[in-house]
Write a protein that binds this ligand. Structure first.
Ligand code: FES
Ligand code: FES
Length: 175
């Protein structure tokens, strides 16, 4: 066992873990943060995307011990306390999901994209999300959802209009 200390969504955690434990399983099984999904476990689908020290990573591709001392943000920690992140609102407004399984990872990857490119073109959005697979939507409405969020964030909107309780699939989808 190895002792790790990780700050997740602003809360510091210290645990003894198996050195082989993946970060995604630490988040889901140890911390109970099941909004981060496991779609493949082989770094293909992006359903497990979280932010590690501010960068989007596939949490099935990182050992928990590698995240020792780091800051992690999951889909549960993305929104402000009083509502939805503009990306979550965008997925709601533009119908950017069907089953919702890919949605947390899509949103975390898109949030990273918008940090470096506040006004991405359709092509830049598709390129930025190419590591995230969706089996349902055909991606068109996902692109529109990201464009919605980019426009809202560029306009300086900071108070989301919808409550996460109204649409859990775009907030903290638990599966
Ligand atoms: Fe991590 Fe699919 S579960 S990329
Ligand atoms: Fe079903 Fe994307 S909405 S996998």
């Amino acid at each position: 066992m190895a002792q790790i200390g990780i700050t997740v969504n602003g809360t510091h955690h210290r645990h003894d873990v198996e050195p082989r434990l993946l970060l995604v399983h630490y988040l889901r099984d140890v911390l109970g943060l099941t909004g981060t999904h496991v779609g493949c476990d082989t770094s293909q689908c992006g359903a497990c995307t979280v932010h590690l020290d501010g960068e989007a990573v596939k949490a099935c591709n990182v050992l928990a011990v590698q995240a020792d001392g780091s800051d992690v943000t999951t889909i549960e920690g993305l929104a402000p306390a009083s509502g939805l992140h503009p990306l979550q609102e965008g997925f709601w407004q533009e119908h950017g999901l069907q089953c919702g399984f890919c949605t947390p990872g899509m949103i975390m990857a898109a949030a990273d994209l918008l940090k470096s490119n506040a006004n991405p073109s359709e092509g830049e959005i598709r390129h930025g999300l190419e590591g995230n697979l969706c089996r349902c939507t055909g991606y068109h409405n996902i692109v529109k959802a990201v464009q919605y969020a980019a426009a809202k964030m560029s306009a300086g909107a900071s108070v989301p209009a919808l409550s996460s309780a109204e649409h859990p699939a775009v907030a903290t989808t638990a599966r």
